[in-house]
Design a protein around this ligand. Structure first.
Ligand SMILES: Cc1cc2nc3c(=O)[nH]c(=O)nc-3n(C[C@H](O)[C@H](O)[C@H](O)COP(=O)(O)O)c2cc1C
Length: 450
């Protein structure tokens, strides 16, 4: 267990992320997502509130599964328009000292040599405060734009992801020795060629001779975030993840997921305690219970049910417009996001969900629980999950931007601090050191170091 609760802000460089319709609330600022000042504001607030990181989701493609076209997605800003998250990081790092940045990138639509360079650059610029959220992507509409006739099936995406990570780790961890850079002005030697190695990777998807073009950054490999939830996705998470995002809405689902992933990690020779778990949560906090309820009711009014169905149809790869609203969601193994499917078919064995219930539940933060109350009540809930369920922290899902973050920082965080429950940063620490309690490098039992 960590030395306190770590909070990550779960956001996206777009108008809407996982609370479709919230942009229509009069106090919502998400239309400012194009402005640097909006993000530097977010960074300052998150750091003031002791957040460990800002977690940027990202997507390739457009949500066009619902109704078989993209109309709903475009009309209601369902994760479109969106900008690339990586470019926000230097601006946000500039105004903060300890905040980390988890950036989502797809192993299906990038090349590992290119991606390794991007993350090394960010790790240098942030003094070791960067994380890579590894995804394999799920929308069919992305494939055609990125040179593929059709989306790869999930097995192939994970095969490619496995090899992708092997290449990245080799570039980050093995290519440059710790003492390869000498910077000796007298002799005119900057780097010792004998200490900069090729990686000689030849595989099914990539041939990358190396060496890496960047000198070692503070963490070398960025902190690895992952959220795989299919059987194959869990194996991938167990082999790679240091921080795991749990998408299940129930305690039963989160416990099962954590236990399973720890077992799979141990089977691979990893120390299961090297994995930190972060369920999503949607806190709605106000000074009194009545005010919190009123705030929640007002947020519920913003929920755009059709846009929510368009978002979920993309997550599930299932056109929900074709189903009767009172039809039960049946479990399938989806080629898109298994975690979303499992949330409604597996995470509570005693609960069945209809399409209508799923749409209503998911409007604020999709698959994560909404916790409404005073700072004391919400802190009680987080404390329970931290102490009894054994999570390491939470991915805080916003509804109002930046109101949800502001409330957490101004109301909830003081309560967590009063209880000595918030994990605070140590000056100069890398993100890995902060989240996992060790040094800046991947743990010795991580497969990339074995
Ligand atoms: C909580 C959660 C967050 C995710 N965030 C993203 C994201 O930002 N971008 C993306 O392309 N995929 C995202 N995914 C998709 C997964 O990373 C993965 O690629 C997909 O779920 C398919 O694998 P799986 O069925 O094993 O989970 C997310 C999945 C979950 C469960």
């Amino acid at each position: 267990m960590s030395d306190g609760i770590h909070l990550n802000l779960f956001t996206m460089n777009s108008v809407e992320h996982v609370s479709p319709g919230s942009w229509t609330h009069p106090a919502d600022r998400s239309a400012e997502y194009r402005d640097r000042e909006y993000w530097t504001d977010v960074a300052r607030t998150a750091e003031r509130g002791g957040f460990a990181a800002v977690f940027f989701a990202d997507v390739r493609g457009i949500y066009d599964v619902y109704g078989g076209d993209r109309e709903t997605a475009i009309e209601h800003a369902v994760q479109t328009p969106s900008n690339d998250p990586g470019y926000l990081v230097p601006a946000m790092a500039e105004v903060t000292d300890s905040l980390g940045f988890a950036v989502t990138k797809s192993t299906t639509y990038t090349h590992p040599y290119q991606l390794a360079r991007e993350f090394s650059t960010l790790d240098h610029l942030t003094d070791g405060r960067v994380a890579f959220n590894v995804v394999t992507s799920y929308l069919e509409s992305a494939a055609a734009n990125l040179g593929l006739d059709e989306r790869m099936d999930k097995e192939t995406r994970y095969d490619r992801a496995d090899e992708f990570m092997d290449v990245c780790y080799a570039l980050w961890e093995d290519s440059w020795d710790d003492d390869a850079v000498v910077r000796d002005r007298e002799s005119g030697v900057f780097s010792d060629p004998a200490k900069v190695h090729e990686i000689d990777h030849e595989g099914e998807f990539f041939d990358v001779p190396g060496p890496h073009g960047c000198e070692p950054s503070p963490q070398r490999s960025p902190v690895i975030f992952q959220a795989g939830s299919s059987d194959r996705g869990r194996d991938f998470a167990a082999a790679n993840a240091e921080a795991v995002f749990c998408s299940q809405p129930t305690e039963h689902g989160v416990r099962e997921y954590m236990e399973d992933l720890r077992e799979r990690a141990a089977d691979l020779g990893r120390d299961p305690d090297d994995l930190a778990f972060f369920p999503g949560v949607v806190p709605v906090v106000a000074e009194t219970e009545e005010a919190a309820e009123a705030k929640y009711e007002r947020l519920l009014e913003t929920v755009d049910v059709e846009a929510t169905l368009a978002l979920l149809s993309g997550f599930l790869d299932m056109d929900l417009s074709e189903l009767d609203p009172d039809q039960r969601i049946e479990h399938i193994e989806t080629d898109a996001i298994q975690g979303t499917m499992n949330a409604f078919t597996k995470s509570d064995p005693d609960r069945e969900w209809t399409v209508r219930e799923v749409a209503q539940f998911s409007g604020l933060g999709t698959t994560s629980p909404v916790v409404v109350g005073t700072p004391e009540q919400v802190a009680d809930e987080l404390q329970y999950w931290y102490e009894e369920v054994g999570v390491d922290g939470f991915n805080v899902k916003e509804v109002l931007r930046t109101g949800s973050l502001d409330d957490v920082v101004d109301l909830l965080v003081p309560e967590l601090r009063a209880r000595d429950l918030l994990a605070e940063p140590t000056p100069g620490e890398t993100l890995r050191g902060r989240l996992l309690g060790d040094g800046p490098r991947l743990a010795p039992s991580h497969p990339a170091r074995q």
